[in-house]
Structures are given as structure tokens and as C-alpha cells.
Design a protein around this ligand. Structure first.
Ligand code: AMP
Length: 366
């Protein structure tokens, strides 16, 4: 079977989404605005996207019978998370257009291939070495120096699968701590700020980036995003240009995020790419009220082959994540003028769990 040629859809079409979390939920809500119905496939669990999807299928991502049924009912497929198994992506892309494509997944699922890809584009990344044994780790620490961070190559997020290595750290213990999985060692980047670029590339190659945003993490989880970022015009342009180059090189279709570190060196700012997320991203949630087109609408536009919308900002924006019990503040947030509350409808507010977010937009005075 040869891969179907990607063609633009029209309102009335059905978009399939892999994954049933809040990102899929917000994508499905945006799709509905554009007259697109969504079918969601996700394994058993608390799947808030099911509440707003025209149809849902509960199945493992490896269940080919379920994937075949899913593919039959949709006109194109997208996903809300980067760990879609390669075989699943291949199976679906032989049946229906899959955006973003298999290459974006392959490059970004593995921190080693991602770092190599980004540095081959001529963009700065942290110094890195592949680690497949304790011997590799010892050699890598000797070459890169300390402090450094040992990260599993696959399935890491929100600081999981990572351990910091300080001078004198027991390397065997550190390797055990990440389960002795294939890993990379990264030199520690002495950043002053973390920023990200959320951008979209259309089926026709059009590119639209939202303004660079500044991210504040707490306990390895995004706590606040603020726009505009505290960044020079030059660094801001370089960050957006980095995202443009990455999107082109991947032949990307859809919304993606590039997370960057900002360093201050000799009075100038330098940006270093940390990672690429081939999906809508938490640091883009501010766009729902803070930009002319939200990242969710933009993603649906891109993967359906519609023209991209304006990414222009509507003012100064702050997005606050509601983690765990913070969502219990919902009444106070609803009473706050100008606060836009988004709750994900998750059943249980476990600590560290993203339950919702709130955006605040302040018009910029001329
Ligand atoms: P990651 O899962 O790669 O996004 O890493 C999670 C967080 O760990 C980042 O947002 C940074 O705050 C920190 N971090 C990751 N890699 C590095 C690095 N090479 N140098 C300094 N901090 C890092």
C-alpha cells in the first residue's frame, strides 16, 4: 500500500487524534469551531478529550484492529504526544495522511537523534555524548565535565528520566537511577532564562510563529508562561529563525514548540536549543486569548491543509498552570475580572497533575 497523498480537507471532515489528554481536548474544541469533527483514540484511563470528541475508541496504540477502525472513520490523523510508537505512525500513515509526519516523530522521540539533527542545522545545543554503558558515562563525564545531566534518550518529560551529575557524584548510582536505559550526557547550560517558540508550518510550507515566550518551571513542571519574553530583539529573531529552520528541515506540518535556554555572555544573549516538541505545547496555551489565532486552531488549520491564521499577540499575556489542588481556586479565578479559566475536566487532582490553566491578557498601551 502506498502512502496517500496529503490533500487539504474541508469543513465537515473528520480529524483523528491519538491521545486523550488536555491537549487533544483543546484541539477537538478548536476543530469544532472550524466545522471539523474529531475522533479520539487513547488507552483506558482518565481521558478528558473523550468529553468533547464526536467519537472515541479505547485501545492501546499497538492494537492494529482498533487502529484500522479508527483510520477508516477519519480523513486525517494527528496526535497530542510525541511518543506515538513508530509502528503505529507507519500503520496509520499508510491509510490516512498523518501530520506531523513520521520523520518529526523519529527525530524528536530520541534525545540523541534530536541533538544531532539540531546541531547539524548549525544551531547551538548543550555539549552531549551518547551513553550506552557505565564506561561511556565515565568517558563522557571526563570529556564534558561537571555539572552535567544524564537523561534517558526516550520517554523523558517534565524532568523525568534525568539525573544531575555533580563533581564527585557516584556515576554507577546515577546510571542505575535512570534504569541503565540508553542515555545521553548533556553539559549543564548556565542559562539565565528559559524561553520557547511555538510555531506552525502549513501543508503549503507557510510558516507562522507566535511571539517568543518566557517559561518559569517549578519542580520541573511549567508553572508560568509570560509574553513578551525578556529577550533582546536579536535573540528573539534568532529563536524564531531557529524554529523556522527546524520546521523546514523536518518538512513539518502542524504546530510545534522549540524550547530554548538563554545565556548571557559578554553582555549579549545567546540561545541554545534544549528540545523540540512535535505537537501543541503547554507554553502555547496563552494563545487561546492572547493571540489572534490559538495554537489549537492553528494546529487544526495546518493539519487540515487550511491557510494558517495570524499569530499576532493581543497584549501582554501571562499563563498560569493550575497544578494539583491549585485548581480548587476555580471560584476565585472565575470571580477575577479578565482571568480566563480553562479546566480540563480531569477526575482526580493528584499532586503534580496539570488540572487546568488561566490566562490573563493586558492590552499594551501605545
Ligand atoms: P528537559 O526534559 O530536557 O526539557 O529538561 C527539563 C528541565 O531541566 C529544563 O527545562 C531545564 O530547566 C533543565 N535542564 C535540562 N537540560 C539542561 C541542561 N543541559 N542544562 C541546564 N538545565 C537543563
Amino acid at each position: 500500500m502506498s502512502a496517500p497523498v496529503p490533500t487539504g480537507l474541508a469543513p465537515g471532515a473528520v480529524l483523528g487524534i491519538l491521545g486523550g489528554g488536555q491537549l487533544a481536548r483543546m484541539m477537538a474544541l478548536a476543530a469544532a469551531d472550524l466545522g471539523i469533527r474529531c475522533h479520539v483514540l487513547a488507552p483506558e484511563g482518565d481521558n478528558p478529550a473523550f468529553d468533547v470528541a464526536a467519537r472515541h475508541i479505547v485501545a492501546e496504540y499497538e492494537d492494529e484492529a482498533a487502529l484500522a477502525t479508527f483510520a477508516e472513520g477519519v480523513d486525517a490523523v494527528t496526535y497530542e504526544f510525541e511518543n506515538v510508537p513508530a509502528a503505529t505512525a507507519a500503520f496509520l500513515s499508510q491509510r490516512k495522511p498523518l501530520h506531523p509526519g513520521a520523520r518529526a516523530l523519529a527525530v524528536t522521540q530520541d534525545r540523541l537523534s534530536e541533538k544531532r539533527f539540531v546541531s547539524e542545522l548549525g544551531l547551538d545545543v548543550a555539549p552531549f555524548r551518547a551513553v550506552d554503558s557505565l564506561g561511556d558515562l565515565e568517558a563522557a563525564v571526563a570529556e564534558i565535565g561537571c555539572p552535567a545531566i544524564l537523561k534517558t534518550r526516550r520517554f523523558g518529560y517534565d524532568g523525568k528520566g534525568q539525573v544531575k551529575i555533580a563533581p564527585g557524584s557516584d556515576l554507577a548510582e546515577a546510571y542505575d537511577a535512570i534504569g541503565r536505559f540508553p542515555a545521553i550526557l548533556e553539559g549543564f547550560v548556565p542559562f539565565v532564562r528559559e524561553v520557547s517558540v511555538v510555531a506552525a508550518r502549513g501543508l503549503d510550507g507557510a510558516f507562522a510563529a507566535f511571539d517568543v515566550c518566557e517559561n518559569e518551571h517549578r519542580d520541573h513542571i511549567l508553572a508560568f508562561t509570560r509574553i513578551p519574553a525578556n529577550l533582546t530583539e536579536t535573540a528573539s529573531k534568532a529563536a524564531i529563525e531557529a524554529a523556522h529552520r527546524i520546521g523546514e528541515a523536518l518538512g513539518y506540518v502542524g504546530v510545534f514548540a522549540v524550547e530554548l535556554f538563554v545565556l548571557e555572555e559578554a553582555g549579549t544573549e545567546r540561545i541554545v536549543v534544549n528540545e523540540i516538541a512535535p505537537r501543541v505545547h503547554n507554553s502555547g496555551h496563552w494563545t487561546s486569548e492572547g493571540a489572534q489565532t490559538s495554537q489549537f486552531h492553528q494546529h487544526v488549520r495546518a493539519v487540515c491543509g487550511f491557510p494558517l491564521g495570524s499569530a499576532e499577540r493581543r497584549g501582554r499575556v501571562e499563563m498560569e498552570n493550575l497544578i494539583g489542588e491549585a485548581a480548587l481556586r476555580w471560584q476565585a479565578l472565575l470571580a477575577e475580572p479578565g482571568a480566563h479559566l480553562h479546566l480540563y475536566g480531569k477526575r482526580e487532582a493528584r499532586p503534580g497533575r496539570k488540572m487546568g490553566h488561566v490566562t490573563r491578557v493586558t492590552p499594551e498601551r501605545p
